[in-house]
Design a protein around this ligand. Structure first.
Ligand code: NAD
Length: 362
């Protein structure tokens, strides 16, 4: 079988890490016809659009994409391509595994957890009212009328919508993910004791959906402040975490930090039909074209992609090869060496070659 997958090199270090990931994925023997598509700065220069229609069409048609990071131009009036992709394609679930690999700067040797973040609601919908604006003043007056609570007149306001629909959808997604990948426990994370009508609704939705999975998956509830501490002290106690957008953003970065940082943190954004796999890190423009950065995060995103298309054996082969190269710590990039100036550090493509060699030698 030949898979057709959209490949978006992206900006900055994107093309380098995408090339490394593509070569490693191909070395597993899985046959892929890559359909290259533009997004980001190069797309803007060539087509006048950051996210050309052709790119969206390619992803919608192929249903699976491997994407490099994209620079968000500051002060140009353009929206983030990443946000546009998530909204346009309704990629409502952001998945970030946090797994310890020997040879990385993981703070514990045995972390293996999955953070699932709701991608479409919460404070990220961008409904904001600037301090002093007539809308902010009107809204403050309305809120005071309805709640008899005073808001300082020099306040800015951000709206936090959380719906039953999106909450139930992401929680069901988390349970289904747990079942599919033989996970044992789902922990829902909120601040429901303080925000009863938003986080409280998310929690209620979780309790309702969890009933459908009784005796199959353990269900647990946690408060976000408490889990931040517990993750640092006892990350092994957790398996799958499901969170609203803002907490998901923060906790997934915390987990990336626990297992060694951006160079090794893979991710995916999924909807019911479409899946985009990408590293957590950004386009790190200062390293562009230097063949220097760590390709591991992008390659591990490729492992997730292979699992998604049900090429489990190839995924395992690739993950094992990455694991061995990391453990040997010889053919690895500067960030994985004990000192960033270590002259034995190899480049992005050389690390990919070491991984490919491990696959071929098996
Ligand atoms: P960044 O992740 O690009 O880089 C921050 C630092 O992390 C780098 O300077 C580097 O020291 C380190 N780093 C990142 N990736 C690495 C790798 N593979 N190997 C080794 N070290 C690595 O974050 P930033 O500088 O805040 O963002 C740069 C641009 O990327 C911005 O325009 C931002 O909007 C964009 N961004 C895009 C995505 C995405 O497309 N998914 C995600 C985050 C940021």
């Amino acid at each position: 079988m030949v898979y057709r997958i959209t490949l978006i090199p992206g900006d900055g270090i994107g093309p380098e890490v995408i090339l490394a990931a593509k070569r490693c994925i191909e070395a597993t023997g899985v046959k892929i016809e890559w359909e290259e598509a533009l997004a980001g700065e190069e797309a803007l220069n060539k087509t006048g659009e950051l996210l050309p229609k052709q790119t969206l069409y390619s992803i919608e048609k192929n249903k699976v994409a491997l994407k490099g990071p994209i620079t968000t131009p500051i002060g140009t009036g353009f929206r983030s391509v990443n946000v546009s992709l998530r909204q346009t394609l309704d990629l409502y679930a952001c998945i970030r595994p946090a797994k310890s690999y020997e040879g990385t700067k993981s703070l514990y040797p045995d972390i293996d957890l999955i953070v699932i973040r709701e991608n479409t609601e919460d404070l990220y919908v961008g409904i904001e009212f600037e301090k002093g604006s007539s809308q902010a003043k009107d809204l403050i007056a309305e809120i005071e009328k309805y709640t008899q609570k005073r808001i300082r007149s020099d306040s800015g306001l951000s709206i936090k919508p959380i719906s039953s629909f999106a909450s139930e959808r992401i929680i069901r997604f988390a349970f289904e993910y747990a079942l599919r990948f033989a996970r044992k426990k789902v922990t829902v994370v909120t601040k429901a004791n303080i925000m009863k009508f938003t986080d409280g609704l998310f929690l209620e939705s979780a309790r309702k959906v969890a009933k459908e999975y009784t005796n199959r998956i353990i269900f647990e509830e946690a408060l976000v402040d408490n889990i931040a501490m517990q993750l640092v002290q006892k990350p092994k106690n957790f398996d799958v975490l499901v969170l609203p957008n803002l907490y998901g953003d923060i906790i997934s970065d915390l987990c990336a930090g626990l297992v060694g940082g951006l160079g090794v943190a893979p991710g995916a954004n999924l909807g019911d039909k479409i899946a985009i796999f990408e590293a957590v890190h950004g386009s790190a423009p200062k390293y562009k074209g230097l063949n220097k950065v760590n390709p591991t995060a992008m390659i591990l995103s490729g492992v997730m992609m292979l699992k998604h298309i049900k090429e489990e054996k190839a995924a395992q082969k690739l993950e094992n090869a990455v694991k061995e190269v990391l453990k040997e710590a010889k053919f690895v990039t500067y960030d994985l060496k004990s000192s960033p100036n270590d002259p034995t550090a190899v480049g992005t493509q050389e690390m990919a070659e070491a991984i490919i060699k491990k696959i071929k030698d098996r």
